[in-house]
Design a protein around this ligand. Sequence first.
Ligand code: TYD
Ligand code: MG
Length: 465
Amino acid sequence: MAKTRIQFICQNCGTVHTRWAGKCDACGEWNTLVEEGTSGGIGSGPQSTRNARKGRPVALTTLSGDIEDAPRIASGIGELDRATGGGFVRGSAVLIGGDPGIGKSTLLTQAAAALASRGHRIVYVSGEEAVAQIRLRAQRLGVAESAVELAAETNVEDILATIAEGRRPDLIILDSIQTLWTDMADSAPGTVTQVRAAAQAVIRYAKSTGAAVVLVGHVTKEGQIAGPRVVEHMVDAVLYFEGEGGHHYRILRTVKNRFGPTDEIGVFEMSDKGLREVSNPSELFLGERHAKSPGAAVFAGMEGTRPVLVEIQALVAPSPLGTPRRAVVGWDSPRLAMILAVLEAHCGVRFATHDVYLNVAGGYRISEPAADLAVAAALVSSLTGLALPADCVYFGEISLSGAVRPVAHAQQRLKEAEKLGFGQAVLPRGSEELAGGIGAGSFQPATLTDLVVRIAGSLRRREED
Ligand code: TYD
Ligand code: MG
């Protein structure tokens, strides 16, 4: 008989260790190793070759062939359908991750009701809340009358047996993956082994029957889907539902999608009656703008196929500290350090004795390097105390040499700015063909120094007046 092996699986990354340690070598997390059964993990290898069964031949097929009609089921909630790439794909599994309390259950209850009202069979299984709690939420959302089928259950075998009865469901929502457990694994619910085995069983069901499955996963403070991270590679799409504490809007961001674009976002606003779609996010992120405040620059950004205008705010203040403070909200701090270094080295603008605070308005997060130019403009404006023109947008990447580099989708960014009443733009030279509009009269600096000179020039002009 083979000796039973004891193994320790990292609950953060799923790596298998043969002995316990305080720290996982693979991901560097502390206290994440948990003793689990030998039913496998990443790197556990084949279990036993002696009693392995002989493989069964499967039928090979061709790339061409019939595809089921209407492979997607759209909810009619525009922002959700945009993030999923046009609706949930039949036979696929989607993981929706997010912090506890961000609104995942709310979003999915609304989606379930919307889909049910279009005649789809929707099953909502909650492992976290009792039926009464879910009903209460449905009442609050005004969807209590919809034909969603509801269960509070956590055992995967029971769930699959239940939905096998009657018409095949079009969509199954499992809230959340951390609460599920299967008889096939003997670890506690929420451990990597259970999460992986449960997800596997559900995904197998989805692929074999053509029902779409949504798995909900909680994210840890560090922004990683605890446990369900090991599920990310198994599912067809991963969406994150994010938002800043204290702000009402939420962003559904696609990070992986086998059937659609990965850079789309859906924007919602949390109200007392659930999530409301925000189809023009620029208006939300721009908020109230005060024309004459230095340190604010509007960045014309892109989120997937959609232009989004956001205000970038900088505060540069003399520092009492030996090592001045650099604080960033909504952007990358190494990127800020780089912009400060370029301003110092190439433009002679010194921040060494100043604290620098950078904030993206409304709690929005920018990941595009195209925001460089807007950040630099906001920094210079705050340092000099000179307000930038209120009707001007900025975009462009800054290289280490101080050159301003072109970015994609210039035309779309300018169109959105025009639509929202902006009259000027600062953008890189050599951008794609600009067809009239504010692009024609725009300022196109070749280097960051040109922009600094222009901002400083506004002081001279003001003094001459
Ligand atoms: P929930 O969907 O339960 O979050 P998750 O499933 O991601 O843990 O949402 C919980 C929060 O949303 C809670 O703080 C209350 C708030 N909320 C509203 O503001 N309005 C509403 O209509 C609902 C249903 C919830
Ligand atoms: Mg929930």
